[in-house]
Design a protein around this ligand. Structure first.
Ligand SMILES: Cc1ncc(COP(=O)(O)O)c(C=O)c1O
Length: 375
């Protein structure tokens, strides 16, 4: 079976380096935040080319922290995309604000800039695009519209660390941005983790304070705080792994190029367009097919495991019924949710593995009754 994702080979290759880094945390007793986390924060800031990185205990927390850092408060609205992992919307709710959705763009699977302006109203306090699958959204028009309306942009880079938009790292365009180090991410910890990225020192300081019980001076709590600290062990692991991120992302691009070439021959299958301004990192390699579930079942029987990201858009989740959205409100997001299949994608896949996936997809797509390719 070719797995959709396996961390086995990567973890085995890093074992000695990681164990040495973990021993160092044990020796220095830096278990919560501590020197390993502080060091990783500096390294990630240098890698991205931003001024401040503040690590927290998950990606979900990082989006929440970024929103609070940008001043989002109860009663506000935050404009985001409905085709995302639920955490993007949770974070808006945790801040006491209301998610307002705009449909996504087929070219990126992220926020459609042409639909953004109409979603912005007097209560809008932030615009939160998501670089889903490691595909940068078209940031320039989003940043421009946000600037005209005087509303900050916050990038959700949980799936896009290392991806570039017009030559610059995602996570450096918004006022304050967020990412995840969940183990399956391109830069994954050996547990939970996330980070907030910003050039704004005051925002970084506020997030640092919120992360540690809003404590300024011992036992002096200046507002409602949290325990958002990152484990020292995760900082140590992430420092080791950051050194390999570019090589891993390059390998993902090579795998994606092989899929693009090989899958030309598959029936009824659509692939993402390649945007010349975008250097994606292929956290996920999505393809789209009208008979998604049948195709997946047949691939599984042929020894190819796949995933779905994500089968139900956020505006149709029961938890968000109170927002009053209905099927048909965001047709592109709904079509992507109904047709997306995530093919195996991780740097340790061999060319032979990729070819095996391609052959299976071509064979299986020909067995299915001919159907219209997803547009
Ligand atoms: C787009 C997006 N935002 C936020 C998150 C939240 O990250 P975490 O799982 O680390 O809390 C994820 C993680 O899957 C994500 O994919």
């Amino acid at each position: 079976m070719i797995p959709f994702l396996s961390l086995k080979k990567q973890t085995a290759a890093l074992r000695e380096e990681v164990l040495a880094a973990l021993e160092n945390v044990i020796d220095t007793q830096g278990f919560a935040n501590g020197p390993a986390v502080a060091r990783f924060e500096k390294e990630l800031a240098a890698y991205l080319g931003c001024r401040e990185v503040v690590c927290v205990n998950s990606g979900t927390t990082s989006v929440h922290a970024a929103l609070l850092g940008a001043g989002v408060a109860p009663g506000d609205e935050v404009v985001t995309a409905p085709h995302t992992w639920i955490s993007t919307a949770w974070a808006i709710s945790y801040a006491g604000a209301r998610p307002v959705f705009v449909d996504v763009d087929r070219a990126t699977c992220g926020m459609d800039p042409s639909k953004l302006a109409e979603a912005i109203g007097p209560k809008t306090k932030a615009i939160l695009p998501v670089h889903l699958y490691g595909q940068p959204v078209d940031l320039d028009p989003i940043v421009e519209i946000a600037g005209e309306r005087g509303v900050p942009v916050i990038e959700d880079c949980a799936q896009s660390i290392g991806a570039k938009y017009k030559g610059l790292q995602t996570g450096t365009f918004g006022l304050v941005n967020a990412t995840s180090f969940y183990p399956g991410k391109n830069l994954g910890a050996f547990g939970e983790g996330g980070a907030v990225m910003t050039d704004d020192v005051a925002i970084a300081d506020r997030v640092r304070s919120l992360r540690d019980h809003a404590q300024q001076g011992r036992h002096n709590h200046v507002e409602l705080g949290f325990n958002w600290r990152m484990d020292g062990f995760q900082g140590a692991v992430l420092s080791v792994k950051l050194r390999y991120l570019d090589a891993w992302n390059a390998r993902r691009r090579a795998i994606a190029a092989r899929y693009f070439e090989g899958l030309k021959l598959a029936d009824g299958l659509s692939l993402l367009p390649r945007n010349e301004w975008s250097e994606p990192i292929w956290h996920i390699f999505p393809v789209f097919h009208a008979q998604r579930d049948e195709l997946r079942a047949r691939l599984e029987a042929r020894g190819v495991q796949t995933g779905v990201h994500y089968p139900r858009p956020v505006h149709l989740q029961p938890a968000y019924a109170f927002l009053g959205y209905k099927p048909g409100d965001f047709p592109v997001a709904e079509e992507l949710a109904a047709t997306e299949i995530s093919l195996p994608m991780f740097p340790e896949l061999s060319d032979a593995d990729v070819d095996q996936v391609i052959d299976a997809v071509i064979e299986v797509s020909r067995q299915l009754p001919r159907s219209r390719a997803v547009s």
